[in-house]
Write a protein that binds this ligand. Sequence first.
Ligand SMILES: CC(C)(COP(=O)(O)OP(=O)(O)OC[C@H]1O[C@@H](n2cnc3c(N)ncnc32)[C@H](O)[C@@H]1OP(=O)(O)O)[C@@H](O)C(=O)NCCC(=O)NCCS
Length: 185
Amino acid sequence: MSRQRHPYRSVAVRGADNVILRPALPEDAAQVIAYMRRVFAEPGINLITAPDEFNPTTESEARLIADMNRSANSLFLVAEDDGRIVGHLTLQGGKRRHVRHAATLGITVAEEWRNRGVGRRLITDALHWARDGGVLTRIELFVFTRNTNAIHLYESCGFQVEGRRRHSTFRDGVYLDDLVMSLLL
Ligand SMILES: CC(C)(COP(=O)(O)OP(=O)(O)OC[C@H]1O[C@@H](n2cnc3c(N)ncnc32)[C@H](O)[C@@H]1OP(=O)(O)O)[C@@H](O)C(=O)NCCC(=O)NCCS
């Protein structure tokens, strides 16, 4: 993107914990891969990537992080507890000119940290960054209809349901529907 990247600043109210949010750095790549592998391997996790489909090298992950950090419409945040990654959020901005205003949100929190407000903090900070940057005007995401806590979280952060994709995923022998949700900034 030609527009300058807006600096990230954490605005979300911290919980009664030591978790900090910060942009991922290329040197986090190995830890990010290990963290994501652990999340993808959880039985029944509401994500579409199977663990054996996630095979980045440390170099390619570091490059991805560096590229996102350079881009004006993408963001890669990690939540860190005492040096350990316990959550992540990505905003993947559109690459083509006509869709540069839109980004797709992805988010995970480590199992032991769920329902303690880390997801809300990640989303709050990402939306603040996007609003302040003035480049992104639409954030979209896909969420399985059965992922009720995530849907609750997104709706309470202002996302609205745009539609339902029937049988969008086939997994463990069953079809799953997902919702398309978006927030216009
Ligand atoms: C979705 C996810 C990122 C949310 O992160 P989190 O840190 O647990 O979220 P928070 O603690 O900030 O908020 C969770 C909210 O869901 C609510 N909640 C919990 N269980 C719920 C349920 N069964 N139904 C409805 N709401 C529920 C909590 O009360 C909380 O809302 P509140 O702040 O209004 O009280 C996390 O659960 C996760 O990583 N899940 C696995 C990966 C995943 O599903 N990612 C999203 C893919 S679209």
